[in-house]
Design a protein around this ligand. Sequence first.
Ligand code: AMP
Length: 118
Amino acid sequence: MCIFCKIVQGEIPCNKVHENDEFLAFHDVNPKAPIHILVIPKKHIDKFQNVTPELMAKMTPFIQEVAKILELDQRGYRLIVNNGEDGGQEVMHLHFHILGGTKLLWPQLTPDENKKYL
Ligand code: AMP
């Protein structure tokens, strides 16, 4: 069983923010911003590439609710999904990162800082 499925089952503790029958939101153990939340479906789905439109239609309002609970809805926040190997996904259970609580930077994401992509 993957680590996030163990969190869903209660085998590993988490610092929960919100949940319903299908989704769970909890604080990231290694926060990259003052507020760093992970939102996951309780059902195991390995990555964003394999999520259904039906599940996303329900996940979207859940993420918006979490943002409201954390009072990020007015100031703004960033949503990140790392998908697969090149995307830097480490835990193979779909999760959205919600990052906020300060004005976020938009850093260089590849090692070659001089390369132009357009
Ligand atoms: P990713 O690189 O997109 O797969 O992100 C995985 C995230 O899960 C990282 O930000 C980790 O800090 C976080 N993480 C790993 N294990 C736990 C855990 N037990 N509780 C909370 N967050 C975790």
